[in-house]
Design a protein around this ligand. Structure first.
Ligand code: SF4
Ligand code: SF4
Length: 383
């Protein structure tokens, strides 16, 4: 990308200078899509709204450095013109940069000839520059490194049992002890694809940290941002109330809990149930899709076969069923009562609200709505 075409300068240079007194003033974002992937994380990123990539590049978010963005899917440039910044960065001649890696990292050591993945050609040898070579060249110079999506974080679908490439996540490739020059490990944001706002939020956090406006990003022991991957999907799921009542859907399209259709939500760290997908809307269980554990290191092998009830869920859902049916029956009874107005709200010559003329008090009438309930509601607890 040429600088002129890709740089969206902030309209307020004074603000930028102020922002960067204690940190970096300009940061490039170099996005390597040359891992084994479908480019789905790049596509997902374009759907982010909190914030959007356009807002970051337009410089309208306070506290961020000026950002130039290099991603082949979005670039106008191609070939050597596009690669120029990557070459400069790999030689330590560029602005400070955050490297985003998308796709799993193939094991080129397994090759007797050829290569698994590459981007561009080395002018000195005329040979393709493999993805692994780009990682080896770029990571020593990067201010920060972000692995976007489950392929780059943990290996993902390409790294499943029986694959021929021996591919892996970026941390598998670089090692758990690897750190950037700024002392950061690879920041892992899993998801297949990554949840759009999760990715942009983490990128913005790193940019703010680079600008000296945020403390070091809090990560768990697998280098995932803690605030995104601490709770299970189940703990934030819209359908959790159905689960608690042992009310399980048996076919797609059911509004009930879909654990028996194969949802792994109770044991998967993912915030999509709460965050939704685009602009707060959507997200797998919210729209009827079972969770197949795509954010997890064990994905996909440990979650297959998809669409079978998870083995662990059989016991817990059976236990919940006994308790849940009882709770549901009792709640139906109470709901049947609460769903009616109190009896004193009617026409007639008799006042039955419990009012005593002269200010005296009387026992308020027993809640007629409840006491006069005639039994469980019509909901069938035996589903
Ligand atoms: S649909 Fe999945 S995540 Fe939601 S309540 Fe049921 S098991 Fe939990
Ligand atoms: S709900 Fe499950 S399948 Fe959907 S994004 Fe989260 S981990 Fe992946």
């Amino acid at each position: 990308m040429s600088e002129l075409d890709t740089t969206v300068e902030s309209p307020d240079d004074d603000r930028v200078n102020e922002v960067t007194q204690s940190g970096l003033m300009d940061v490039d974002v170099l996005w390597l899509t040359a891992g084994l992937s479908c480019d789905g994380d790049t596509v997902a990123m374009t759907a982010a709204t909190q914030p959007s990539i356009e807002e970051v590049l337009a410089g309208i978010i306070p506290g961020l450095p000026r950002v130039r963005f290099f991603n082949p899917v979005l670039a106008y440039e191609a070939g050597e013109e596009y690669l120029r910044t990557f070459h400069e960065a790999s030689e330590g001649r560029s602005r400070p940069f955050i490297l985003i890696v998308e796709g799993s990292i193939p094991n080129e050591e397994l090759n007797t000839e050829g290569f698994w993945a590459a981007m561009g050609t080395d002018a000195s040898t005329g040979q393709p520059i493999t993805t692994c070579e780009w990682i080896d060249r770029l990571t020593p110079h990067a201010w920060g490194v972000l692995a976007a999506g489950t392929c780059a974080t943990f290996g993902g679908i390409h790294a499943m049992s029986g694959n021929p490439t021996g591919c892996m996540g970026l941390v598998d490739y670089l090692g758990m002890d690897w750190r950037t020059r700024s002392g950061l490990p690879v920041v892992n944001v899993p998801g297949c694809p990554v949840q759009p706002d999760n990715l942009m939020q983490v990128l913005v956090y790193l940019l703010k940290q680079a600008a000296g406006r945020a403390p070091e990003i809090p990560l768990d022991d697998l280098f995932r941002p803690k605030w995104l991957f601490t709770q299970s999907l189940h703990e934030g799921c819209d359908r959790g109330g159905f689960y608690e009542q042992g009310d399980f859907g048996s076919e797609y399209g059911s509004p009930k809990c879909i654990v028996k259709l194969g949802c792994w939500g109770p044991v998967v760290l993912c915030n999509v149930g709460k965050r939704g997908w685009i602009n707060g809307i959507g997200g797998c269980p919210n729209v009827g899709g079972i969770c197949i554990g795509c954010t997890m290191p064990g994905f996909p092998d440990k979650f297959m076969p998809f669409m079978d009830e998870p083995p662990g869920a059989k016991m817990s859902s059976s236990a919940v069923l006994v308790y849940g049916r009882t709770v549901r029956a009792l709640r139906s009874f109470t709901l049947g009562s609460l769903d009616r107005e109190p009896d004193w709200r009617r026409r007639g010559s008799t006042l039955s609200t419990g009012y005593q003329p002269g200010g005296g008090s009387s026992e308020p009438p027993a809640n007629p709505a409840v006491s006069r309930a005639t039994g469980p509601s019509h909901e069938d607890p035996e589903q």
